[in-house]
Ligand binder design. Sequence first.
Ligand code: GDP
Length: 597
Amino acid sequence: MSQSTVKLRQPIVVVLGHVDHGKTTLLDKIRGTAVVKKEPGEMTQEVGASFVPSSVIEKVAEPLRNIIPIKLEIPGLLFIDTPGHELFSNLRKRGGSVADIAILVVDITEGFQRQTTESINILKERKVPFLVAANKIDRIPGWRPLENQPFTISLKSQSQNVQKSLDNYIYKLVMQLAELGFNAERFDRVKDFTKYITIVPVSGKTGEGLPELLALLAGLTQHYLKTRLKIAEGPAKGVVLEVKEEQGLGHTIDVIIYDGILRKNDTIVLGGLNGVIVTKIRNILLPAPLQDMRVTKSGYRAIDEIVAAAGVKISAPGLEEALAGSPLYSVDTEDRLSDVTKTILDELSKVRFSKNDSGIVVKADSLGSLESLIMGFEKIGIPVRMADIGPISKRDLIEAELSAKENEEFGIIAAFRVKPLPGLDTSKVKIIYNDIIYQLIDETQKYIEDLRERRKRRTLDSLILPGKLKILPGYVFRRSDPVIVGVEILGGVIKPKYPLIKEDGKRVGEVLGIQDNKKNVERATKGMEVSMSIKGNIMVGRHVQEGDVLYSDVPKEDLEILFKNYKDSITEDMMEVVKEIIRIKRSEDPLYGITIQ
Ligand code: GDP
């Protein structure tokens, strides 16, 4: 077969970048352009993705013919509708991604930010080539917008100053990319596209630069990814992007098909919460165009078959437990069924696992996010004991508690877009919730480091230990500021600097000093009668009375550390005091002392 007759599919394009740098705006603009410029009858909207036909790219890039001469062999570009790395992580494929190319959106006036670097790391990990859209060029001071024009044309009508400041901004991006180990250049200066990251200045607002962006995406993918884009005529391969319950349809899956052909009535195999799901397609659905007669109530129309690449919704029995991020295959023979079942199980076991080593528990809502989290934790040296999908369950709590027994700092659950099952008592385990992957990783790391740090600093000597004393009637030496009284230690231990509370939990002051037979002592234990100075805003006769009983005000954490690390030093009388202190403190904090019982 000669090169020119090879049939290529549309490349799958994802958009990533820092929040507010304009991903959604840019995608909207591209989609809007496709709708306006498409031929009558051409469909652009798919499920979870939008198709930009080649006819549109050619029309939009028409003014560029002399600069970027392209003859399109691909049928168009398939853009994944939801930008950002959370959804991207579900476009997973063994050792890589279903996405063929990515647009990394960077606000040209802000340059690289945290999530820009994050995105690059994820793209690198999943081996996805990318180009940089240097967005918001219309915000460069003095820029005179030329709506929807190619950048190359718009640039010519800008003043020298504006052109210079654009170049400065681009130069900054080039430097930032160099720091990350990439050579990069503005697209019209790139000599070898395999060695340089292409920077395309654009504005998602005015549409400037969009012609170049589309032309380059199409040109680069069809040139460099030819093998990858060859259509196979065989059964379909895809990936589950999302699992959704739809009115009238039950549980459905939104799927990106990246290879082969998917037909109505095909048997499909995909990953589920409890192993592999084998089911028969009821309907392959696409969004219905207006005035379509076959529109179902749900707003979709059923089709008989779909050729890769495409985004479709599949309704079929038994999809309740389908996993987002799972591979999906259609099967036509028993052999293939057993092959792909094995492949899927293999994949699932890499991402969902449980081992007996010490490490944290990670729960997420999809395979993709779970995998990204595991990779993220691995990279910073936080071991994962168990990783799974779905709400936090009793088993997860038990796993975290077991882990804590081996290594206390790992007795935590990192939860990404999941909640505990209703009615589950989670008070004994630390759960860190965050809906942004890198923030969840950061927060977990910080929690563990803080804990290590505090542990290191907290020796037994530095803890406020449980203690109980009675102010002896007739032994008031000074009534206020500081109070000096004779006391008897009824249990536990009291030391200088300990804060004291009354039986009702009210703070009365802090121990200033303790004297036993006129000599300063560092501690007083059960049975000792000593004189004690207490500073604070108190007066004997007003805030405290002769004969009153006081307790040391033990912080929750100190009590936990005492029980976890220094249990041997808890005397019987101190234990009695602990019980009383817990009772007092519980009226303020119902969780006080909960972990030690
Ligand atoms: P996302 O978080 O990356 O999806 O960013 P959005 O697309 O929501 O854009 C964030 C803000 O930047 C919005 O207020 C947009 O209107 C604005 N914005 C996006 N692209 C452009 C652009 O090219 N030029 C200008 N001036 N503003 C833009």
